[in-house]
Design a protein around this ligand. Sequence first.
Ligand SMILES: *Cc1c(COP(=O)(O)O)cnc(C)c1O
Length: 451
Amino acid sequence: MDTRRIHLSEKDIPQAWYNIQADLPSPCPPPLHPATKKPATPEDLAAIFPKALISQEMSTERWIPIPDEVRRIYSIWRPTPLVRARSLEKALKTPARIYFKDESVSPPGSHKPNTALAQAWYNKQEGITRLSTETGAGQWGASLAFACTLLDMECKVYMVKVSYQQKPYRRSMMHLWGATVLPSPTDQTNAGRSILQQDPDCLGSLGIAISEAVEEAATRPDTNYSLGSVLNHVLLHQTIIGLEAEKQIKEFGDFPDVVVACVGGGSNFGGIAFPFLRYKLTEGKDIRFIAAEPQACPTLSRGQYRYDYGDTTMLTPLLKMFTLGHTFMPAGIHAGGLRYHGMSPLISQAAALKLIEPKALYQTGCFEAAKLFAATEGIIPAPESSHAIKAACDEAIRCRDTGKEECILFNLSGHGICDLASYDRYLSGELEDFEYPKEKIEEAMKALPEI
Ligand SMILES: *Cc1c(COP(=O)(O)O)cnc(C)c1O
């Protein structure tokens, strides 16, 4: 029988994460303090992050050891399978070999617990007993709640009010894993109260929820803040995806010509891509990297590479990144995890150096690719992951048309079992495609600081 999947054993869980900062041709531009616009110091960050993570954020060591206890807990769901998508290949009549790394098998259903667990563990080592965070659709909140319950820590999640009302299932997951979940804006923080004073019916936004979670962490000594994407240490933890995939694809006797993942803040893309990008940087290997993003939020394709705030309310440090502007208001597309105005500074730098290629996709095409994937490989993907599937299928079709036998690897960042309402809308033909208007990008750029 032809091999369909490679399972590694628990002892094959990598011993160290890969830090791309060691191999990029120039250092990553530092975060700037929002008030002084000078590089943020470790002391600035220590109010809300533990020392170990601040040091990972700035480290240029190539390999950072994964603590034994973290590896032990990873074994609840890792190593994840690498699957040869033979049925999808057949349906596309492509000579290409398509592989996907299945991060949907984690208990919360996505790649996010790879960093949630690591972050919670380092916080606990430094005496922190509670973590606060924000969540939109609930993928990140559920992952942090899961990690906190495994480590016997408290977890407080500010969930954007409109999602709190419309996405009950991930809220239930967070409750089952023992987290406190509040619809943001709340009356428990200054940030929340001042918003409610202006607009008592405010449905919330990720920017407001970030402000509330950061305020709680900054004002309580037992509590730190945790972010699910964008930052260097988050991408570092996610490289476990690509490091496992590298072992697995070599066991298949193969190696990728093209690596594909979707990008929201960039963590699952960095996770699968960076361990392979190292071969391009250090050995000049010819590998293409495709970052799939929505046309409705085309951060890498049409944003600008400059310093911007991470949140709407301009409380976070300024990051040098591709951005559509912190005033960006995304259309209501169904890939909630891909609606962020900014992008990881490491991915932004790689894109500015033309090491990776952005590709902007319409959501109906992505749902169509997701339907084909579900019909062939059986797994119902997250709407975010469907962007990676669509981009991988486009590459496979290019191979069919040109007769090239390339090897395509993509990351399946999560499953879509909590997103079935979105699939219903797709199936009933109610989904619209959005293109982000050019004038709006120009307008938003005016609100950016001159640095
Ligand atoms: C959050 C999320 C994303 C987007 O986040 P990145 O940091 O860009 O990886 C993609 N897929 C799924 C399933 C998610 O939950």
